[in-house]
Design a protein around this ligand. Structure first.
Ligand code: NDP
Length: 488
């Protein structure tokens, strides 16, 4: 018997959204010098939340100049002093976590359960983690080792970091970018995604609350053109980008031959491999978490389920039973499992690829799932009978859509898993340690989860192979993208 849940909405009174926002440059709110302003909307209701300035080239220039000026003093501060500011930011984020979680769910459409229990704790943890590194950079073990065997490398910040982030984890991606940059002594100009600017603007307030010196963090809102102006600006020394492979490729082309350092975190088409000896109930939870977490708007989502043929029927039955219990709807309801799709454009892309799956011959299934009348919604969807050549097996759908393929032997599983232009993550489900290690060591993926999926920790590096990008974020490795070394 299925029980209905009573509504349990989180109150939105805790957030105070202004009718309109300027840009955050040199520690101040300033008007854009351009005249483009656009509304950011709640994707669950299509209600306008606030009017946002779209920064022009001249605005980006102002922000970069402010960051350049601030770099002189920020980079000269002892690491322990920089750490104090970053620890302060981390504590304020913890104190304001509920407000930030509600704001994120309103602007992005993700369930409050996820923004509250996953995004915000990880955001705070990221700032705490990198605050801890700020005075220990000389011991991070980078750079050439001097002949006398002592730790002689003298790590130096790069300068101004131009950072462009996507809409799927707006505040978490901001944390992944800003925390290591500041810890290493760089200053930052960050552009959030056009559909999810609000938590980045709230973060600007947090920088003021933490008394961060003006110009160390600058936030310029806008669309692709603002991002393009930022990465092309000659005053930027390092570019960090997370988003689509297509835009990442464009940026790499534009930066080729310049002295700018670049890290790219791009798309994925991760395989989640379930062997016949796996604990099936746990695997089902891992599959659900892998592809339906955050509506599948996850670059490392387990969007390709590779299941051993001998258990495929049993596993799919269990998976379908589980999917029928997922609750889709109001992102602010604490019982909601699946929230809104972030934008009309993303919904159109998910629909287009799902239609292609059907027309190429795969079988489509969704549980009974009434969709709200307003807003952007897509039901959890499973495709079976998928072939390697189908678009839904090759292209990133970035939505709650799972493609199921089968295999007979471990070698076939590895071959199919690696048969993708991407290489960001993978999952392996088996009770046998030897099979786990054999498989993991053959997968061309930056992260391989064993008997779990979508686990993150600030101490653990994250990044891709092939068209999933280059460079690592998180952990000691994440410092490397923001430092230069010379022997002391
Ligand atoms: P984009 O790559 O276009 O967006 C990522 C960020 O880059 C946004 O801030 C965007 O601004 C900005 N941007 C866009 N064009 C440029 C440019 N020429 N130079 C510099 N910055 C630019 O991703 P989309 O939001 O368009 O999503 C498209 C697809 O990309 C998704 O369907 C998904 O498959 C994939 N994707 C992958 C992500 C990942 O984490 N790997 C994250 C997001 C998307 P604006 O928001 O205004 O477009």
């Amino acid at each position: 018997m299925m029980f209905e849940y009573a509504p349990a909405p989180e109150s939105r009174d805790i957030v105070d959204i202004r009718p309109s926002y300027g840009l955050f440059i040199n520690g101040e709110w300033v008007e854009s010098q351009g005249d483009e302003r656009h509304k950011t909307i709640n994707p669950a209701t299509e209600e306008a939340l606030a009017e946002i300035s779209w920064a022009s080239e001249a605005d980006v220039d102002r922000a970069v100049q402010a960051a350049r000026k601030a770099f002189t003093t920020w980079s000269a501060l002892p690491g322990a002093e920089r750490a104090k500011y970053i620890f302060r930011i981390a504590r304020i984020i913890q104190e304001r976590a509920r407000e930030l979680a509600v704001l994120e769910s309103l602007d992005n459409g993700k369930p409050i359960r996820e923004s509250r229990d996953v995004d915000l704790p990880l955001v705070a943890a990221h700032f705490f983690y990198y605050a801890g590194w700020a005075d220990k950079l000389a011991y991070a073990g980078f750079g050439p080792r001097p002949a006398n065997g002592q730790s002689g490398a003298d790590p130096r910040p790069l300068g101004v970091a131009g950072q462009v982030i996507p809409w799927n984890f707006p505040l978490l991606m901001l944390a992944w970018k800003i925390a290591p940059a500041l810890a290493c002594g760089n200053t930052v100009v960050l552009k959030p995604a056009e559909t999810t600017p609000l938590t980045a603007l709230a973060f600007a307030e947090i920088c003021r609350q933490a008394d961060l010196p003006p110009g160390v963090v600058n936030i310029v809102t806008g669309a692709g053109a603002t991002g393009a102006a930022l990465v092309a600006h000659p005053g930027v020394d390092k570019v960090a980008f997370t988003g689509s492979t297509e835009v990442g490729r464009q940026i790499a082309r534009n930066l080729a031959g310049t002295r700018k350092k670049l890290t790219l975190e791009l798309g994925g088409k991760a395989a989640n491999i379930v062997f016949e000896d796996a604990a099936l109930d746990q695997a089902v939870e891992g599959i659900v978490n892998g592809i339906f977490f955050n509506q599948g708007h996850v670059c490392c989502a387990g969007s390709r389920l590779l299941v051993q043929e001998s258990i495929a029927g049993e596993l799919l039955d269990a998976l379908k039973r589980r999917l029928a219990t997922l609750r889709l709807g109001d992102p602010l309801d604490k019982n909601t499992d699946i929230g809104a799709i972030n934008s009309a454009a993303q919904l159109a892309k998910i629909r287009e690829l799902s239609a292609a799956g059907e027309s190429e011959g795969a079988e489509r299934w969704s549980p009974p799932c009434p969709l709200p009348d307003r807003g952007f919604w897509f039901p959890p969807t499973v495709f079976t009978g998928v072939a390697q050549s189908h678009r839904i097996a090759r292209e990133e759908i970035f939505g709650p859509v799972l493609s199921v393929l089968t295999f007979r032997t471990p070698a076939e599983a590895v071959e199919k898993a690696n048969n993708t232009p991407y290489g960001l993550s993978a999952g392996v489900w088996t009770e046998k340690g030897s099979l786990m290690l054999w498989t993991a060591s053959r997968l061309r993926a930056g992260v391989v989860w064993s008997n779990t999926f979508n686990r993150f920790d600030p101490a653990s590096p994250f990044g891709g192979y092939k068209e999933s990008g280059y460079g690592r974020e998180g952990g000691r490795h994440g410092l490397a993208a923001y430092l230069d070394w010379k022997l002391a």
